[in-house]
Design a protein around this ligand. Structure first.
Ligand SMILES: O=C(O)c1ccccc1NCC(=O)[C@H](O)[C@H](O)COP(=O)(O)O
Length: 262
């Protein structure tokens, strides 16, 4: 695990312990049961990918690599713009210390649209999956570099219990192999090196051919424009996760449409 990821996960562990101390699990479960049913995240991606680029559009205010990305930040409006622009799904960052995210942003974004939403956060405990469902999330993120096999399986089991999808994020062939021991067949390759934040599309190109048939394969991070997506599509990638390049635009809806249809 990189130093950066270890630091983020340690911070998250403390935050989760604090939250657990304040929220009885029975209450959290009751909220998760009362939430609107999960919208099929992987199914929405597969449906779009059948006819073109399938986009997970990310609601992202800031990041460790870039600092503040968007000053006038309105998750409700951005979610609507992404939906109108043709995104298949949304990703909403809820981590506060490193991404200036918030749980409320997920709630606001999901309420604005009919698209399935990923709670983009650093999961270190299955408790966070139930919390994600209580917030309305349809999908959670499992970062292979941050977890051992047993932790990944426990987090995935909780997602399955709630009828949610799990996006399993990998950086290399070893992590892909570990990811494929899980039941989820929704795999994301992060092009960002978490040691120096450099981007290499080679990560995606290396792994796309190793993903077994039947996998929904997502290229994540550093994608700037339609040419990037087209280049990846030529190598067999159909699904893309894009944040910063869209969040920096004045007209988010037009930028989303341009990314998908040119
Ligand atoms: O975005 C970062 O700087 C970052 C740093 C450390 C860990 C994770 C990070 N990003 C999380 C993501 O997965 C991206 O937000 C997502 O793939 C979108 O990337 P981009 O299109 O480059 O904003």
């Amino acid at each position: 695990m990189t130093d950066m990821l270890a630091e983020i996960c340690a911070t998250k562990r403390l935050e989760v312990d604090r939250r657990k101390a304040h929220t009885p699990f029975a209450d959290l479960e009751a909220r998760a049961r009362a939430a609107t049913p999960p919208r099929g995240f992987r199914a929405a991606l597969d449906a779009k990918a059948a006819t073109g680029h399938a986009l997970i559009a990310e609601v992202k205010k800031a990041s460790p690599s870039k600092g503040l990305i968007r000053e006038h930040f309105d998750p409700h409006a951005h979610a609507l713009a992404y939906q109108s622009g043709g995104a298949a799904c949304l990703s909403v960052l809820t981590d506060e210390p490193y991404f200036m995210g918030h749980d409320d942003y997920l709630v606001a974004a999901r309420a604005a649209v009919s698209l399935p939403c990923l709670r983009k956060d650093f999961l270190v405990d299955p408790w966070q999956v139930t919390e994600a469902r209580a917030l309305g999330a349809d999908c959670i993120l499992i970062i292979a570099a941050a977890l051992d096999d047993a932790q990944m399986a426990d987090i995935e089991a909780e997602a399955i219990r709630w009828g949610m999808d799990a996006l399993v994020e990998v950086h290399d062939a070893d992590e892909l192999e570990r990811a494929l021991k899980l039941r989820s067949r929704l795999i994301g390759v992060n092009n960002r090196d978490l040691r120096d934040f450099s981007i290499s599309f080679e990560r995606t190109y290396e792994l796309v051919d190793r993903a077994p048939a039947g996998c929904t394969f997502v290229a994540e991070s550093g994608l700037r424009d339609k040419a990037d997506l087209d280049a990846m599509a030529a190598r067999g990638v159909r699904c893309f996760l894009v944040g910063e390049a869209l969040m920096r635009q004045d007209d988010v809806e037009a930028a989303t449409r341009a990314l998908i249809v040119g």
